[in-house]
Ligand binder design. Sequence first.
Ligand code: SAH
Ligand code: SF4
Length: 351
Amino acid sequence: MSNIGGREPALEKNYDDWTEYFDILGEPPYRADQICGWLWKRGVFDVNLMTDFSKKLREKMSETVDFSFPEISGHVKSNDGTKKFLVKMSGGTAVETALLRMGPRLTACVSVQSGCPVGCPFCVTGTVGFERNLTAGEIAGQFIVMERTAGRVINNAVFMGMGEPFLNTEATLGAVKMLNSPKMRGLGIRHITISTAGIIPGIQALAASGLGAGLAVSLHAATDELRSELVPVNSKYPLRDLMSALRGYQRVTGDRITIEYALFKGRNDSLENARELARLLHGLHSYVNLIPGNENGGGYERSSPESVLRFQSVLKSAGFESEIRTARGGEINAACGQLKNPAGGRSRNKT
Ligand code: SAH
Ligand code: SF4
């Protein structure tokens, strides 16, 4: 986020930064609790509404801090309750985010980059190219702005919107901390999941961070030849190295890893593909999400329900836990791999 007129962005400050800020102003430490309450618990970024600060202090804060905030400039709603938002950052960058409803629970699917440089051919985000990395505050801010707009508590955050979290690791982990910190949003760490295309240094950084957020790996293929076609970054981080990194992650964290496998007709959905997957995952404590692929017009067709079930039965007989994930928000292009850069986007309702 840009530093407007030399003022520091409020969105990028964590609790310790605020403590230091108020200390310099000669204010008591509880001011940091107050400001984080306004920004992160109540989603209020208008300093004039922060009535527990004196007028003089509010003026001082406005002079020294930039209170601009990601703005929702449009949304569309799907019949299954999924909403897709267009969120504008300062400087004009915009990203798409989604809010998914599953029974009483709400899940925010946030973006970490505008576009994505990985370029998976079946993913719309990957085919629109890459604009820039988002900052920690811009990532966590999407959650807050959606929560404020929804007027309801959001229970989960998944880093599965636009972009690759581990090509923007520092900001991604910074956003996790902002959402998780009890002084800030206070979202339970078990309610936060990061999905990666398999960038090994990021997986290692997550393990080393000790944060405890969930890890999901978008595998989609169990041989290097096929995976390099579907997830091009596989050429840099091939399966042997990736699996060894996942075992290392598991040794450090003790956590089960979610494996995402989108199924596309005739590409990666055969019985042999399923057997290869079972062989590859042998010995790893995992949970496999099978996602009937969303069609984006790039020549990748969704597998038939029968093929998906057949695929699952192979995994089941090999002793793996798996789930077939129903696509949500498909009709408004808010499903996996359908979030894109707004340039060339379709018309949206104004909020
Ligand atoms: N870049 C990260 C996170 C964002 S993509 C990653 O790739 O994991 C979120 C998920 O959507 C990934 O599992 C991705 O593989 C999946 N996805 C992308 N396009 C899809 C499509 N057309 N159908 C089904 N899943 C898709
Ligand atoms: Fe990027 Fe993930 Fe899409 Fe691949 S699937 S292009 S890594 S957002």
